[in-house]
Design a protein around this ligand. Sequence first.
Ligand code: ATP
Ligand code: MG
Length: 418
Amino acid sequence: MNHDDIDLTGSKVLVVDDTPANMDVLRGILEEQGYRIFAAPSGEVALKIAPRTLPDIILLDVMMPGIDGLETCRMLKKDPVTKDIPIIFVSAKTDIQDIIDGFKVGAVDYINKPIRREEVLVRVHTHLEIVALFKAQEKLSQVLAQKNAELIETQQQLVQSEKMASLGTLTAGVAHEINNPNNFVNVSAQNLAFDVKQLNKFIVALAGDKADEVVLASFREQFTPLYRHVSTIKEGSDRIKNIVQDLRAFSQLDSFSKKIVDVGECLQSTVNLVKTNFLKVAVFDCRFGTDISLFCYPAQLNQVFINLIINACDAIRLKQQQQLLAKESEIVLGKVIISCNKKENNMIITVTDNGCGMDEITKNKLYEPFYTTKDVGEGSGLGLSISYGIVQKHNGELKVESVLGEGSCFTLTLPFEE
Ligand SMILES: Nc1ncnc2c1ncn2[C@@H]1O[C@H](COP(=O)(O)OP(=O)(O)OP(=O)(O)O)[C@@H](O)[C@H]1O
Ligand SMILES: [Mg+2]
């Protein structure tokens, strides 16, 4: 900021002097400059006026009856409200010791009486300018800090969405590449199962009706593992199929049509589905507002709901298992609260649990595909990454608050379309 840019007109000046003639001279000089003058005939009055008017500067006479200037200055500097206001002593005392005493109690300058107009103007102007510059700098620092925080947040969002976008492309490619060969395996496994059955029948038929029971038993012994192997191949391939489906949903290759649905109904049906598996783990508390319809991809939103609710139940079950292992006397009564309400232009859905909560590492990696803290075979780590993609497709936001050992709350914000 250039000094010429600073407009000091209207600056508040408190003049403290017990001599009316001095007061008049100072008032005349300062009012000419467009300053607003507050007058105090004594230290006592100054101490009352200063905190109320918060002047930009104080001109303080040293020798006054009652509380003198030095004491008034000391008290003003003690008060947190007035301590930063610059004080200039105005005095007929010209001893160097008097001036030093003035600076010691916190004054910023010293003007000698008799008052010289030019001197008063230059000194007052300089200190008002310093105050104005200081305030401007403070404001600038605040703006800078705020802009910096905004920048960091935008950067984080950018990194997150870029990461998700490239993961989307990658997983779409992987899903496609796995899908085709897995289809061969799946169909071949079905054919193989049929062929093995046929071969079994054929061999039994060849042996004839009068075949020895020992021979038939040995056939069974030979075929049993064959059936088992074929069914293992089929099961594995089915699992790959499901994962591929999840990956496709995550990368949003399949776009089902958009519809208006009652989100409460979607949530309720999801709760019903999940509930049966977790009857002994938690109770479910649904708190839905009225008029909660949304234009959305319902099948995909359901997927988000199911992921969030199952995760909540898993977290509670884990906490209960930990408590059992630690032989704690009280096992937590699991509770999952699902709420859905309209707020301004958004639908706000929350899923809150009193489960195990999560640490900082998990919070940071939550939406990464394949990140899981669950045991092998218990979680693929895709649930939240898929959900994240779906929420983005709805221009929404998914946020989490969690305290380790206490529980978590996922908040899903979905905007209504204009
Ligand atoms: N409500 C919750 N409370 C505590 N931890 C959670 C919660 N929700 C998610 N997490 C943590 O985030 C991890 C990732 O969740 P995500 O749903 O993506 O995968 P997952 O549940 O492990 O596996 P799946 O693919 O079967 O959903 C979980 O393993 C768990 O550590
Ligand atoms: Mg999950």
